[in-house]
Write a protein that binds this ligand. Structure first.
Ligand code: PLP
Length: 474
């Protein structure tokens, strides 16, 4: 492709994206593609020679779009949001266009310094502890996902607990024990496996009726493990659990961690964005005890996947766990110790200039623009919950601290399954489920930037329509 063609098709593609996003609400939200259907429409063999870009665009429209689930639809209420936004898309396009690899400061100083600066901005915007600032012994870094961020936290904690020994000699012995709640995200267990801790050595601490970790149970488990000669080294608290938005008591957990010298990691992947608003800043309560913290701008902060903001209190523990310096990476700036080399803060060596999209988003929306979106979603969730509560056939099943409403029809699992299936098959909305008290429970997660009151009203009407149909067919 020549530069002129790139300009032409680039403009066309930007137009296409704007058109798609403006009309995202008109597609059936959940793709209706059957397994294998997309592949069956793709040519079996790669093209022998160059194809015109028009042909690629045709296949985009005819093959790819029907195989999409429309995460940017205002009627997307499933799982958690995964927003993009125009400034973020432009930032990502620019990152691709610049094509720099910011693995070391020296390989593109702007990639590192813009990232460091934007991470410090987040601290200011969200009232995070000053200990996470780049000017302190801590610091922030963009990871691809919360799963990776929690993994590097676990590895740094492991290294601290073993005096750096496990990196060379292996974790061995199964003596290291980690803790999280029964409601924690599955990534924590995956990370425990990847880091060689093993699922068996990750304790799932019971929760209370609000799905929050019970600190007294944590203390008991730690005491039991210590008495048995094991080494408790890592606790992951969650603020905003995936299933039902439970909020662990981070300060109480933090005090226990301090007492035993245990690394406290806080996973606020979805809920963390709420800290933009002073009235929701309780999501950061207790962070003064945290050794590390992660939240995902790629969920609720209008920054397209992937962009996970990870902060540590003591960057030296992270770097000592992850830094290996082969000869070919040696350079004067790194050796002088005056620069940040983010490759030492993550698993991969290479890294994209992800900070651009976050920088663009923060500048285009401003703090107030981002706050408005969070406030609107929380208000809509509360309103939806009030409609559910007012209906004698339904009940709310969580406390709705932010923008996730867990609710169910009182008629039992079969009715709720019918509502879920019917609503999703209708194409009008996409809803997912969880199990609470061993009962099938519906989750309405409100977080797409285009979601307005009318979309939430329509979702509630669809849910009621499907429930009425289910009752009628019984
Ligand atoms: N932690 C929590 C609480 C989540 O809700 C999620 C959501 O998927 C994750 C972690 C995983 O996020 P990621 O896809 O960034 O790894």
């Amino acid at each position: 492709m020549k530069a002129d063609e790139f300009r032409k098709y680039g403009h066309e593609l930007v137009d296409w994206i704007a058109e798609y996003l403006e009309n995202a609400g008109q597609y059936p939200v959940l793709s209706r593609a059957k397994p294998g259907e997309v592949r069956a429409r793709l040519p079996e063999h790669p093209p022998g020679g160059p194809e015109p870009f028009d042909a690629v665009m045709r296949d985009l429209n005819e093959i790819v779009v029907p195989g999409l689930t429309h995460w940017q639809s205002p009627n997307f209420f499933a799982f958690f949001p995964s927003n993009n936004s125009y400034p973020s898309i432009l930032g990502d396009l620019l990152s691709a266009g610049l094509g720099v690899n910011g693995m070391l400061w020296a390989t593109s100083p702007a990639a590192t310094e813009v990232e460091t600066h934007v991470m410090d901005w987040l601290i200011e915007m969200m009232g995070l502890p000053a200990a996470f600032r780049s000017t302190s012994p801590g610091g922030g870094v963009i990871q691809d996902t919360a799963s990776s961020a929690s993994l590097v936290a676990l590895i740094a904690a492991r290294e601290r607990a073993t005096g750096g020994h496990s990196n060379t000699a292996g974790v061995g012995g199964g003596r290291l024990v980690a803790y999280t709640s029964t409601q924690a995200h599955s990534s924590i267990e995956k990370d425990a496996r990847v880091a060689g801790i093993g699922s068996d050595n990750l304790r799932a601490v019971e929760v209370d009726e609000a799905f929050a970790m019970r600190p007294e149970r944590l203390a008991e488990l730690i005491a039991g493990d210590k008495a048995a000669g094991r080494v408790p080294f890592f606790v992951c608290a969650t603020v905003g659990t995936t299933s039902a938005d439970g909020v662990d008591p981070v300060a109480e957990i933090g005090k226990i961690c301090r007492e035993h010298g245990i690394w406290l990691h806080v996973d606020a992947a979805m809920a963390g964005t709420a800290a933009l608003c002073p009235e929701f800043r309780w999501v950061t309560d207790g962070l003064e005890y945290a050794d590390s913290y992660v939240f995902n701008p790629h969920k609720w902060m209008m920054t397209n996947f992937d962009c996970s903001a990870f902060f540590v209190r003591d960057r030296a523990s992270l770097i000592s766990a992850l830094s290996i310096v082969p000869e070919y990476l040696r350079n004067t700036a790194s050796e002088a110790g005056t620069v940040i080399d983010y490759r030492d803060w993550q698993i991969p060596l290479g890294r994209r200039f992800r900070a651009l999209k976050l920088w663009f988003v923060i500048r285009a929306y401003g703090v107030s623009g981002l706050q408005d979106i969070v406030r609107r979603h929380v208000a809509l969730a509360r309103e939806f919950a009030s409609w559910v509560e007012a209906d004698p056939d339904f009940e709310v099943a969580n406390r709705v601290p932010l923008s996730l409403v867990c609710f169910r029809h009182k008629g039992g699992d079969a009715v709720n399954q019918a509502v879920l299936d019917g609503a999703n098959a209708s194409g009008r909305m996409y809803l997912t489920h969880t199990r609470i008290d061993d009962r099938l429970t519906l989750r309405l997660s409100i977080g797409n930037q285009r979601t307005q009151r009318e979309h939430v009203e329509a979702a509630w009407a669809t849910v009621r329509e499907m429930a009425a149909k289910a009752a009628y067919s019984e």
